[in-house]
Ligand binder design. Structure first.
Ligand SMILES: [Zn+2]
Length: 272
């Protein structure tokens, strides 16, 4: 029984041995470890590696690409490239010079692959574009605004565009959207859950409905048009148009987005 050292085990895990010649290669390997290693690396010529890098660069329109993209398009693995150049960065740096000599420019990419943005980075970019447009951006508007961060990145992070907008608005306000019309002390009757009560007869507004209201009203006050996205200190409320206390339903048609100021104004008008 041959005992394998760590290096040999690693080589096998990498698929370094063709299965059919396993034992033969293993004995060769143990005797000629260094030659074998050199052979493995030299098996694919540097020219071949460079031509593969060039091929993938062309596929990516001469924008710097990562290992994952390379593996997707190339017939050799990124690992082989790294073994030849030392690091991926060195390989790309070499490729840059190589292409320059051929008259091509390998430009830096705007968003590095697999980059994890912080909430602040995501929301700063959102604020920039929202303010630039003066309203909540649609997918087309987002893409046309030459964003630093892709539309898909937000959708993926927050589970959809509407939810992204909500998270952004809440971030700007520093808290959740206020569900208006809910008195601080609920009556005992309302606290006890009654299965028979329909959603539209409940004062509380389910998250999905809140989102629909905000989405329809473009995350801004329907009276004055202000939004936490573009004006500091604006707080959004969701308001029952026909008050719940007077029989108003919790439905999309009876709900609207108001800022806190307009909402206070609305109650003042009611009192007068
Ligand atoms: Zn307002």
């Amino acid at each position: 029984m041959i005992k394998l050292n760590k290096f040999e085990v690693l080589k096998i895990e990498e698929g370094g041995f063709p299965n059919t010649n396993y034992i033969y290669n293993l004995s060769l390997f143990i005797n000629m470890e260094f030659q074998f290693q050199r052979h493995r690396i030299d098996k694919i010529s540097k020219d071949k590696i460079i031509s593969e890098l060039e091929k993938v660069a062309k596929k990516n329109n001469f924008i710097v690409f990562g290992k994952r993209e390379f593996n997707e398009y190339s017939e050799i693995s990124a690992g082989t490239v790294i073994r030849k150049f030392g690091t991926w960065r060195k390989a790309i740096s070499f490729l840059k010079d190589y292409l320059k000599n051929k008259g091509h420019e390998l430009s830096a990419r705007k968003t590095p692959p697999n980059r994890i943005y912080s909430d602040k980075e995501l929301f700063d970019e959102m604020e920039r574009i929202w303010k630039q447009l003066g309203h909540r951006p649609s997918k087309i508007e987002w893409t046309a605004s030459k964003p630093k961060i892709s539309f898909g990145c937000y959708k993926h992070r927050f589970g959809g565009w509407t939810n992204t907008c909500l998270k952004f608005i809440e971030y700007k306000m520093g808290h959740e959207v206020i569900i208006d019309d809910i008195p601080k002390k609920e009556s005992v009757k309302e606290i006890q859950p009654e299965l028979k009560i329909k959603k539209e007869d409940k004062r509380d507004i389910p998250l999905k409905l809140r989102l629909s209201v905000l989405n329809r009203d473009n995350f801004r006050c329907v009276f004055c048009g202000r939004s936490p996205a573009t004006s500091v200190g604006v707080i959004l409320h969701i308001d029952h148009i026909h008050p719940f206390a007077k029989g108003g339903k919790t439905t999309l048609n009876n709900l609207q987005t108001l800022c806190s100021k307009c909402n206070i104004g609305k109650s003042d008008r009611k009192l007068n």
